[in-house]
Design a protein around this ligand. Sequence first.
Ligand code: C2E
Ligand code: MG
Ligand code: MG
Ligand code: MG
Length: 287
Amino acid sequence: QAKRFGGDRVEPFRPAFRTAGSDKMQLESDLRRAIERGEISLAYQPIVRADDLSIAGFEALLRWNHPRRGEVQPAEFITLAERSELIVDLGNHALELAMRRLMDWDVLLPDADLFLSVNVSSQQVMGRDFANTLSNMQARFAHRKHTLRLEITETVLMQNPEHNAHVLEKVKSLGIGLAMDDFGTGYSSLAYLSKFPFDTIKLDQSLVRNQWAQRDILLQSVISMADNLGLSTVVEGVETEDDLVKLRKMGCRYIQGFIAGVPVNGSVATDMVAAQNPLVKDDAAAE
Ligand code: C2E
Ligand code: MG
Ligand code: MG
Ligand code: MG
């Protein structure tokens, strides 16, 4: 069923790509030029309400359409970019593309109420003037109806917690949401929640994939904890009906995963929301 949303977007790993040093350098210099050449785009994966699978928002995922190698997945080039300053340019480019999309949605989807979640690297947050960069972008790509959300992985924000907390407070005051990504994979998740102003946590797909007999207890505990803290929860990587049913019973509100939709291009994403919008209106009228 996920296929009908454009299954071509999720591709198997290409081992030939995990390559020797010189090839990596080539890739890095290619990446530097990719932004200017317009080879970088965003794919949009729906984040849906667990109860009826209606679309609440999307996660924006970087895609690189390499002239010779074809579509390069983020696993290949994000780590590479994070080893240098390149990630800041790449990350800012992703933010600009996302804000443009939000502007388009103001016009194309005036009746919907969506969020668009963009991954940001900690190097962006820790770099100079991140909040300023964002507010300048907001001025250039003004959008009013739908909201931007940032996804930040629990990696190295703790290296300079006071500074980073200050930056994130400023970001929040711009009306931008903050989600803690890959929750449950690091060792300081709980400390992060008390230090930084996150409003959403995204449970990493490894927690769903966990074969441990106590997995359900673990998931239930995290969902309840987030609920008690007033945080919104998105469970990532939900692939089976079985897990979906279980997560609903646990009180999970939002899910993201192949069962609800794979990453698709921007116009398909827009169409998906447009197609569900009459239904949303009918529901409202019935109440
Ligand atoms: P992430 O933020 O945890 O994004 C979720 C990843 O899981 C995506 O892979 C998505 O396609 C995949 N996924 C979603 N649902 C399922 C499912 O049901 N099953 C399985 N097996 N996988 C699922 P993708 O697009 O390859 O992105 C990988 C990572 O690259 C992202 O992980 C994120 O950390 C990073 N990334 C993507 N775009 C950006 C960006 O603009 N900036 C930065 N800094 N990182 C990015
Ligand atoms: Mg993410
Ligand atoms: Mg994640
Ligand atoms: Mg992840």
